[in-house]
Write a protein that binds this ligand. Structure first.
Ligand SMILES: O=C(O)CCC(=O)C(=O)O
Ligand SMILES: [Mn+2]
Length: 225
C-alpha cells in the first residue's frame, strides 16, 4: 500500500485503500468527514499522546456483558470513559491508577474545537477524550455514544495510523451502516440529529503506517458533563 506522503498525482485512482487528502464529505445531515484535517498537527500530537499514555496506560476494558474489548483504551480529560462488569460510566479518576486522568493536550482541544466549528458546532469545549488503540484484527462493534449528559454537543473523532473502515449507521442497531474508509489525519464530526447514530469499526486490516507502525489510534473528544 502507498501512503499519504505521496502527491495526489501519483495515487492510483482505482485502488480503494487510498486516502483522499483534503476536503469535506457530508455523511449525515449534521455529520462530516474532514479529510486530512489533523495532518498539520499529527506529528506534534504524538509526543503529547505518549505523555498521556505514560500516566494512564492503555488497557483492555471488560464490557458489562463480560467481553474483553479488542481495542485497548485510555483517556484524558477532567473525566474519562470506563467500562466494567458494573456498567459504563465517566469517572474523574482512572480506576486503574486511582489518579485523575491526565489533561487533554492543549493542541488537541484546539484541533477538536476547530473541527467542531467546521462541522457546524461552534463553542465546543471537550472535557473528555477517549483514546482507542487498534492493532490489526481489533474492531469496535456497532454502538451509540450516549453516556454523555448533554447530547447537543458533537463527538469529534480523530484517526491516526493505519486505515480503518468506519461504520456509520442509523438509529437502530439493525440499520445498514455506511462503510467509510478513515485514514491518518481524518476527523469525523457527528452531532445534532446524528448524535445518537450507531457506529463502529470493522476489524482492522494488516498494514503499517510510517509514523505509528502496525496500529491505529483513534481519539474521540466529547463533552461528557
Ligand atoms: O475508532 C473509531 O473510529 C470509533 C471509536 C468510537 O466509536 C468510540 O470510541 O466510541
Ligand atoms: Mn463511539
Amino acid at each position: 500500500m502507498r501512503h499519504e506522503t505521496e502527491t495526489p498525482a501519483t495515487l492510483d485512482l482505482f485502488a480503494d485503500d487510498q486516502p483522499q487528502l483534503t476536503g469535506t464529505e457530508r455523511i449525515g445531515p449534521q455529520s462530516v468527514i474532514l479529510r486530512g484535517f489533523a495532518l498539520p498537527l499529527s506529528e506534534s500530537l504524538l509526543p503529547a499522546l505518549r505523555t498521556v499514555v505514560r500516566q494512564a496506560p492503555f488497557r483492555h476494558l471488560v464490557t458489562p456483558g463480560g467481553f474483553t474489548m479488542s481495542a485497548a483504551m485510555t483517556c484524558c480529560g477532567s473525566v474519562g470513559w470506563t467500562s466494567s462488569r458494573q456498567g459504563y460510566r465517566y469517572s474523574p479518576q482512572d480506576p486503574h491508577t486511582g489518579s485523575p486522568w491526565p489533561q487533554i493536550p492543549e493542541e488537541l482541544v484546539t484541533l477538536a474545537q476547530a473541527a467542531a466549528e467546521v462541522g457546524g458546532f461552534p463553542g465546543f469545549v471537550p472535557d473528555a477524550c477517549l483514546i482507542n488503540r487498534y492493532v490489526p484484527g481489533a474492531k469496535m462493534s456497532l454502538h451509540q455514544d450516549k453516556d454523555e449528559t448533554d447530547h447537543r454537543w458533537p463527538v469529534v473523532s480523530i484517526s491516526l495510523g493505519i486505515a480503518a473502515i468506519f461504520e456509520f449507521g442509523g438509529f437502530e442497531r439493525s440499520d445498514r451502516p455506511q462503510r467509510l474508509s478513515l485514514f491518518h489525519g481524518d476527523v469525523v464530526v457527528w452531532g445534532g440529529v446524528d448524535r445518537l447514530r450507531f457506529h463502529g469499526v470493522q476489524p482492522i486490516r494488516q498494514a503499517s503506517h510510517p509514523l505509528l507502525g502496525e496500529q491505529r489510534i483513534n481519539l474521540t473528544l466529547r463533552k461528557a458533563l
